[in-house]
Ligand binder design. Structure first.
Ligand code: AMP
Length: 177
């Protein structure tokens, strides 16, 4: 993968949101029609034959390509959100972040045991958010869980995929070193 058009259009913002972080700003990929199409098409090629029935997007940057991909796959789309945002009863997973705890939620009726679920987020860094989403989705006992990202950060010893459950296939379009 590592499509040149995507690499050339991805904006890097140094020291955001705190000093030392190189923030990969996917909004420059989302706003460009050709980049948006490339991302959806490349992910579609990976998952087209996997029988995906639900795409779960992680709030909020995971909603954009996640929803477009769901349409192309003929799957439903599920929002994985911060606590208090979903109006229905929810299942929740809590995980450790650098400073304290965080939680994510999915509506209790969003996923069925017959589903094959692709969880999508824009970027894999430490893997903490995706692993929490995997644990949350597993509470619904789906047939299979996949994890798909646009960007995988492999800088400064980061290897987020090592944190993810080994039976979850992981795919990324851009690997940034
Ligand atoms: P992590 O849980 O450490 O894998 O972090 C992944 C989540 O945090 C994703 O939802 C990203 O949007 C965001 N994130 C973490 N690090 C960065 C970064 N350097 N640039 C852009 N987004 C990031």
């Amino acid at each position: 993968m590592n499509n040149k058009k995507l690499i050339d259009n991805l904006r890097n913002v140094p020291d955001f949101p705190i000093k030392g972080i190189q923030f990969k700003d996917v909004s420059t990929l989302y706003k460009d029609a050709e980049c948006l199409q490339i991302m959806v098409d490349e992910l579609y090629d990976i998952y087209r034959d996997k029988g995906i029935t639900k795409v779960v997007g992680i709030e909020s940057r995971g909603f954009v390509v996640g929803a477009a991909l769901a349409v192309k796959l003929g799957a439903g789309f599920v929002m994985c959100r911060k606590p208090g945002k979903l109006p229905w009863q929810t299942k929740r997973a809590t995980y450790m972040k650098e400073y304290g705890e965080d939680s994510i939620e999915i509506s209790t009726d969003a996923i069925d045991p017959t589903d094959r679920v692709l969880i999508h987020d824009d970027l894999l860094a430490t893997g903490g958010s995706m692993q929490a989403a995997i644990q949350l989705v597993r509470q619904f006992h789906p047939q299979q869980v996949y994890a798909g990202f646009i960007i995988e950060l492999l800088i400064e010893g980061l290897h987020g995929r090592d944190l993810l459950d080994k039976d979850v296939p992981v795919d990324t379009l851009l690997q940034i070193r």
